[in-house]
Design a protein. Sequence first.
Length: 83
Amino acid sequence: MERLHTFKKEFKNLKQVASEDGKNFKELHIHIMNIKGWLRGIHHHCSKDRMQNYLDEYHFRYNRRSNMDTIFDVLIRKMVNCK
C-alpha cells in the first residue's frame, strides 16, 4: 500500500482508468487467452520452473505462424546442406 502512495506522489498527472472485462486491453486479453488455450491443449500440465520455456516456444510459433507452408522445405534444405 505504501508503494501505491509513493507512486501517486511521484506521478501526479496519471489517472487510473477503470476497465470492464479488459476492454482497454482487448488484444492483450485475446493473446493471453490464446496462450492459455495452447498450454491446456498441448502440454496439459505446466511446471512453474519451465513456464518461461513454454512461453518462449509459444511466441516462437506465434511469430512464425505465417511461414507454415515453408517449414518443411527449410528443414529439407538444411538437412541437404549440412555436412
